[in-house]
Design a protein around this ligand. Structure first.
Ligand code: XMP
Length: 524
């Protein structure tokens, strides 16, 4: 089966929701990809989409620097759905009129459907569904401009109080516009609208499933690799674990996974990751104990960026040594995900730059491996479904992210065995209690940080002068922005008591209540 056979192309005009559109379409089991708004007509034709979606945008079609799509996109005989700015652009380019709305419309609105057409198939259920009122269905609006006059051939198909033309269609040409955002959860029946578009209007069938993806990828990897050898750096994180499992499914023992213990892992982490990964999967893992090597390099290093660079370089050296021992290797398998791919070829906002210093595991060009990146088409949630399909445990699939430099950037200041051990013990208590409270999955990251100061305390009749542990727990979707987690006081109390009672050398625990920005998630 060709899982990429029936696909939707999304043109990105810079909306914060563009990736959500792609995810919703994929949740309908139809493959979708995002391209920049100025993707050429030739390339669009070559991609052979069954439908095109134009995203929203922070811009206005009248801005001097408005992002404009080639008008030919509306004449390819391929259905087009314009969302918000996408609808305004469609209007503007096809001869209609867009104007500033009297009032910027932001938030929930009641949508009244005026024409029962394919895009709204099944809408009678939406207006009688839970929370829906007066024969209307709730939608999410976020726009400053609105359609004053539609291009010829279009009919209004829905309205809200503020937008007389909240949706429009030219069904003969297969062109549709929505002023609201069907891709966000605040539009409860948005998913149905997008499904109607891809199934009923574009004629796609639901072929994009993770089971089909596994079959496809296994065949593809086998073909590309042939009889050669593949190496993969396994960290125990979701992406590298799923990559390894998938490549292993395709070529078995031709794959060697290298797990480097850099001495900067959490308590019992190396053992538990390896045990979990080996369970139920005959994975060829080479465990490299490089603890002493890393700690020697990090001796007396205090500056965070220097720590990062040293660790990055040492990792490459260790990895190279291991690769040499395996013999001739042609391929390197990496867990690059779709958002990284889009980020590198689409708009580069400031966020892309902030992230760059995190790629400490990047391999130097002198290592002339050919790359296999079997997850390059997938979003994180799809990677988890894929991992499940491959039989990986929830323990691996739902692990909180852990930075490449590990505890080195959580032991603030100098890294010694003793300080690492204090942090490990405290950190293990944090995770244990967060898990017991049932918060592990919903919290993006939760951990302990060892501060480079000592404070005074009293124990029995004696004054103590010991270490301070800071607790950090944040909610986040992607690590780019984060909110500090409002953990229950009781939970904070339990964690603090346990750390002070159980971890020798700590007499004070504080809680970090800063969000990102302006703070960051890590302390170094
Ligand atoms: P910050 O601290 O910048 O972190 O808010 C955002 C996310 O990135 C992780 N992080 C790193 N990951 N190498 C990594 O692989 C690094 O040097 C690094 N620094 C931060 C951090 O844990 C969070 O998930």
């Amino acid at each position: 089966m060709d899982i990429h056979g029936e696909k939707i192309l999304i043109l990105d005009f810079g909306s914060q929701y563009t990736q959500l559109i792609a995810r919703r379409v994929r949740e309908a089991k139809v493959y979708s990809e995002i391209f920049p708004y100025n993707f050429s007509i030739e390339k669009i034709k070559k991609f052979r989409p069954k439908g095109i979606i134009l995203s929203g945008s922070p811009a206005s079609v009248y801005d001097k620097k408005a992002l404009i799509v080639n008008k030919e996109v509306f004449g390819l005989g391929i259905p087009v759905l314009g969302i918000c700015y996408g609808m305004q652009l469609m209007t503007h380019l096809l001869g209609g009129v867009v104007a500033k709305a009297q009032k910027r419309e932001y938030g929930r609105a009641e949508l009244h459907i005026d024409k029962s057409i394919d895009l709204f198939h099944g809408y009678k259920n939406w207006i009688s569904g839970e929370g829906q009122r007066h024969g209307a269905t709730t939608v999410w609006m976020s726009h400053g401009d609105r359609i004053e006059d539609m291009p010829s051939g279009f009919t209004p198909i829905a309205h809200t109080d503020n937008s007389p033309i909240a949706a429009m269609a030219n069904i003969y040409k297969g062109l549709y516009g929505l002023q609201f955002h069907p891709e966000v959860v605040h539009t409860p029946y948005g998913r149905n609208i997008l499904e109607n578009f891809v199934y009923r209007i574009c004629g796609c069938s639901p072929t994009w499933t993770m089971k089909a993806f596994v079959d496809y990828s296994v065949g593809h990897i086998k073909e590309v690799v042939g009889k050669e050898k593949v190496i993969c750096a396994l960290s125990g994180g979701v992406d590298s674990s799923v990559t390894a499992a998938l490549v292993n499914r395709a070529i078995g023992k031709q794959l060697t996974c290298v797990f480097v213990n850099n001495g900067l892992l959490r308590k019992n982490e190396a053992k538990s990751v390896l045990d979990t990964l080996k369970r139920g999967m005959d994975l060829n893992i080479k465990y490299v104990d490089a603890e002493a090597r890393f700690l020697k390099k990090l001796k007396a290093v205090i500056e965070p960026e220097k720590k990062r660079k040293l660790i990055g370089r040492e990792f490459i050296a260790v990895f190279e040594d291991s690769a040499k021992k395996i013999g001739k290797i042609d391929f390197l398998a990496q867990g690059t995900l779709y958002p990284d791919v889009i980020e590198s070829k689409s708009f580069k906002g400031p966020s892309a730059i902030i992230k760059s210093h995190h790629n400490v595991g990047g391999l130097p060009t002198r290592m002339t491996f050919k790359l296999i990146e079997p997850l390059r088409e997938l979003f994180k949630d799809e990677v988890r479904v894929l991992g499940k399909e491959l039989g990986l445990s929830d323990e691996i699939l739902w692990r909180q992210p852990f930075p490449g430099p590990g505890l080195a950037i959580r032991v603030l200041g100098e890294i010694t065995d003793e300080r690492l051990n204090i942090l490990r013990e405290a950190d293990a208590i944090v995770l244990d209690e967060i898990r017991k409270a049932g918060l592990y999955r919903e919290i993006w990251q939760s951990f302990a940080v060892l501060l480079p100061i000592k404070t005074v305390g009293v124990m029995g009749d004696e004054r103590t002068y010991e270490n301070v542990i800071a607790l950090r727990a944040v909610y986040s979707l992607d690590g780019m922005t984060a909110d500090w987690a409002k953990l229950p006081y009781d939970l904070l109390g339990t964690i603090s008591n346990r750390i002070i009672n159980e971890v020798k050398g700590v007499n004070r625990v504080v809680y970090d209540i800063s969000s990102k920005p302006p703070s960051t998630i890590e302390w170094e």
